[in-house]
Design a protein around this ligand. Structure first.
Ligand code: GFB
Length: 315
């Protein structure tokens, strides 16, 4: 990637896209193209095609998606499938048709089977059934990564994919019904601390295992892969460290300073029991994460407080 390249970041207002824009600017890439949802509807194939034809970016980073936690996904698998499928197909296909030389597609480790071997290697893709709570999202992301793989094979375009583990960081969605577990816990414990509430209710049994990665680490992995001449078709990006949801709750409680006790609502789903990605491939290529979970959490709690104070928080 050249410093003068024109780089389109799809989804620049989201947590992942905005982290990519920060990382690109910090690395000296200034020619960044962005469009808000109202300026460009990624569900509309003709609009996406005209955008690429008019802007002619050299590189595209596809970080746009409808995302959500286990509550949002399991309540609306159809919408997660429909929107994410269209976003993936439109942004990747029209890029290829209009001469975008390089493209990085972002997915999620929920593309892997529910009972995949742990840690999950890239080779586990499509070997058995998906987790039902996020099947729609997973199917759409699998379509996107496969489209990149086919285009690379058929047309020689360097279109490749990256599968991040569960992410967190600035600009996350703090909606307690639709958000992911980590931001939701921050909001619940912080609200309890501020209001002096005795109790915080969390979902499921607390026993599932999850791996968390700070979004700035993810953005550094995106740049690292884009700088490679011949990156792998598909690569996992994770921290390599997993915690139980119960351990995460204790860490968030401590980071916020809340005194509330935790009640587990077992009517809510646990989702996949374990989801640790095998990161040997990206580590072998020379990338490693820098932000450990405890430090990243403290930073994120501070940022959440600042977002609340300035009225910028997404809820
Ligand atoms: O982050 P999360 O919503 O999604 O939930 P997934 C992770 C775990 O945290 C589940 C538990 O076992 C939840 O039951 N949990 C405990 C909570 N308390 C809460 C709470 O208050 N809110 C939430 N949301 N969870 C998502 C997928 O799966 O991960 C997406 O649905 C995507 O497709 C994303 O892949 C990265 O980790 O289960």
């Amino acid at each position: 990637m050249l410093k003068t390249d024109k780089i389109y970041v799809a989804g620049h207002r989201g947590m992942v896209g905005s982290a990519c824009v920060r990382a690109l600017k910090a690395a000296g890439f200034e020619n960044i193209v962005m469009r808000t949802h109202s300026e460009l509807d990624l569900l509309d194939p003709a609009a996406v095609r005209s955008f690429y034809e008019a802007e002619k970016p050299d590189v595209a980073i596809i970080a746009a998606a409808r995302v959500g936690g286990i509550g949002a996904n399991s309540a609306a698998n159809s919408q997660f499938l429909y929107e994410n499928e269209l976003i993936a197909l439109n942004t990747v296909w029209s890029a290829a048709e209009t001469g975008v030389k390089r493209l990085l597609f972002l997915g999620s480790t929920c593309i892997y089977p529910r009972m995949a071997p742990q840690p999950i290697p890239e080779s586990a893709l499509l070997t058995s059934e998906l987790e039902k709570t996020n099947e729609g999202y997973a199917l759409a992301k699998i379509s996107g990564l496969k489209l990149c793989e086919f285009l690379r094979r058929e047309r020689g375009l360097v279109y490749h994919s990256l599968m991040p583990t569960n992410l967190y960081g600035p600009g996350d969605n703090y909606d307690t019904e639709h958000g992911h577990v980590l931001p939701t816990m921050i909001r619940k414990f912080e609200t309890a601390r501020v209001n002096g509430n005795q109790k915080v209710t969390l979902w499921g049994s607390g026993s599932p295992l999850r791996e968390f990665l700070h979004v700035d680490d993810l953005a550094s992995a995106c740049l690292f892969l884009l700088e490679m001449e011949n990156p792998p078709d598909l690569v996992n990006v994770g921290s390599g460290r997993e915690v139980t949801i119960r351990q995460l709750a204790d860490m968030v409680k401590e980071a916020t300073g809340s005194q509330a006790f935790i009640e587990w609502d077992r009517t809510k789903p646990d989702g996949t029991p374990r989801k640790l990605c095998d990161t040997r491939l990206i580590r072998k290529l020379g990338w490693a994460p820098k932000i450990d979970l405890a430090a990243g959490l403290r930073r994120t709690v501070d940022e959440y407080r600042a977002e609340v104070a300035s009225g910028r928080v997404r809820v």
